[in-house]
Design a protein around this ligand. Structure first.
Ligand code: CA
Length: 385
């Protein structure tokens, strides 16, 4: 009997057509966003870190990790997490503030020195980003000779936009990114304060004589660039320059290559808008005398942490690629450059599952990630098998 019997091929064909249609749609949408699948895998090195913010490297077996509530710990490659180091200064850990970035000195193997930035409490309810230098004790249990090298001025009440990424260039200069503290965005355009600036210092905290505004009356001599919002990623490129990214408001997250004395525009120009909609200022995206970002993300990805791939761990073709963490998408973005021109952007498909706070390359050549949660992880990023 034929009636009532459905040919077994028919539902299979429907499924096949549906899958094909989905595949075409996925390919089109990937092309539209410039994003392609880019599989990688992750290994968990350690877990149970409370809102970890920055990772640095003692050697190939030991890490230093900051936790935003105000702790710095030694973490071992086998996953052991030590008790917090003693000797940290007072830290105002609330909102986005706390113990934030950390880098080791280029001569760390000899001098055991490191630099960290944090939210320093001030008078009343005020606070501000500060940068300190310290030595790691031989027994790895404490920080010694802690010295504050720089304090953002003015301190302000609030819990937002501390910036606080540190990078050291090939000449040994320290760069520190500083947010505009959210309530004072117009100050990012003024040279008489450190809000919304990047500063450049000697590693002893001194002001280099060739900083751009040292001879300008009323200007803060530490300033290297101005017009920033809240930069939370910084790395030195293979061109020797400082590259950063910064959070936009609603949309308009940016990648910038920082040049001496330049104005990066916030809040006069931006590709973002007010939270909930509406222009910022006059709603300008470009203005003479203000730098354009090399790349911008609208909608925002909430970038945090970045590293340029050096060496061949991920294949020679990956050298120079910029890997950016995203707090919003629980993932990584890969940016491929030709000089300062973005050739393409890809999403890295790796099972991270939490907000990415930091991205660094270790002395072993692997990239390490921190995930920002109450049970944060230190992850190692590996090529897909
Ligand atoms: Ca800008």
């Amino acid at each position: 009997m034929k009636t009532g019997r459905r040919h077994p091929w028919v539902p299979g064909a429907r499924c096949l057509f549906a899958l094909l249609a989905l595949g075409v749609l996925a390919a089109l949408s990937a092309r539209a966003t410039g994003a392609t699948e880019n599989p990688m895998r992750v290994q968990t090195v350690a877990q149970g870190l409370e809102h970890p913010w920055a990772v640095a490297f003692i050697d190939e077996q030991r890490f230093l990790v900051t936790e935003r509530p105000g702790r710095m710990r030694v973490v071992h490659a086998d996953g052991r997490i030590e008790a917090p180091l003693k000797g940290l200064p007072r830290i105002d850990a609330a909102g986005q503030g706390g113990l934030l970035d950390l880098v080791t000195d280029p001569q760390f193997g000899r001098n055991r020195q490191l630099y960290f930035c944090y939210t320093e409490p001030g008078e009343g309810a005020s606070n501000g980003t500060a940068l300190a230098r310290a030595s790691l004790s031989a027994d790895l249990r404490s920080l010694e000779q802690v010295q504050v090298l720089f304090r953002q001025w003015p301190k302000m009440p609030g819990r937002h936009h501390f910036g606080c990424r540190i990078a050291i260039d090939g000449q040994g200069h320290l760069f520190l990114t500083l947010g505009e503290r959210f309530g004072a965005m117009a100050q990012a355009q003024q040279l008489d304060n450190h809000l919304g600036k990047i500063v450049r210092l000697g590693r002893d905290g001194s002001v280099p004589a060739d900083n751009p505004f040292v001879n300008r009356p009323g200007a803060r001599p530490e300033i290297w660039s101005l017009g920033h919002r809240n930069p939370q990623g910084a790395a030195i490129g293979s061109d020797g320059a400082l590259w950063i990214h910064e959070h936009g408001p609603q949309g308009g997250d940016e990648v910038n290559r920082i040049e001496r004395g330049r104005n990066y525009g916030w809040p006069v120009i931006t590709y973002g808008e007010q939270y909930g909609g509406g222009t910022i200022g006059q709603g300008l995206q470009r203005l003479e005398g203000m730098e354009q970002p090399l790349h911008q993300w609208t909608p925002s990805i909430a970038p945090s942490g970045m590293a340029f791939i050096r060496g061949d761990r991920y294949g020679a073709a990956s050298r120079g690629h910029l890997i950016v963490g995203s707090l919003r998408g629980n993932r990584l973005h890969r940016l491929v450059w030709e000089g300062q021109r973005l050739l393409r952007e890809e999403l890295i498909d790796a099972p991270i599952g939490q907000r990415v706070r930091d991205v660094r390359q270790g002395p072993d050549g692997w990239l390490y990630l921190l995930t920002d949660s109450a049970q944060g992880k230190l992850l190692r990023l590996l090529p897909a098998p």
